[in-house]
Design a protein around this ligand. Structure first.
Ligand SMILES: [Zn+2]
Length: 122
């Protein structure tokens, strides 16, 4: 360390140490902010997906309006009961089972009737 007096070295340290600490602090803070932003974005995306899942059925159609009520099929009070356009009130379980049967019915009605009994001929 030729050429530097102890006072010059001390002054250099006095400037360099806070500078390094400041840079470290800046890097740490920006990393924390970046991580929080990524976490927040991830949470937002998950919340959006959850909300869409509650609003829309897996086939893309929206669920009917829902609220706390009595189910018409199982006759029990539920936190979430769907109010169907027909006036029927169904809990999530009964709605799912009814949906299955209506889907089956839809498929059945889509098949064209081939052997319809013709009463006009007799
Ligand atoms: Zn029910």
């Amino acid at each position: 360390m030729a050429g530097y007096s102890p006072i010059e070295l001390y002054a250099g340290l006095l400037i360099a140490v806070p500078l390094v600490l400041l840079i470290l602090l800046f890097v740490t803070l920006s990393t924390i902010i970046l991580l929080k932003a990524l976490l927040w974005q991830n949470r937002k995306r998950r919340a959006y997906r959850q909300a869409m899942k509650e609003k829309y059925r897996p086939d893309g159609l929206p669920y009917p309006p829902a609220g706390r009520a009595m189910c018409d099929v199982c006759q029990k009070p539920h936190e979430k009961v769907y109010f169907l356009p027909s006036g029927q009130r169904l809990c999530t379980n009964c709605y799912e089972s009814l949906k299955m049967t209506t889907v089956e019915k839809d498929v059945r009605t889509e098949i064209p009737p081939q052997n319809k009994p013709e009463k006009e001929k007799t």
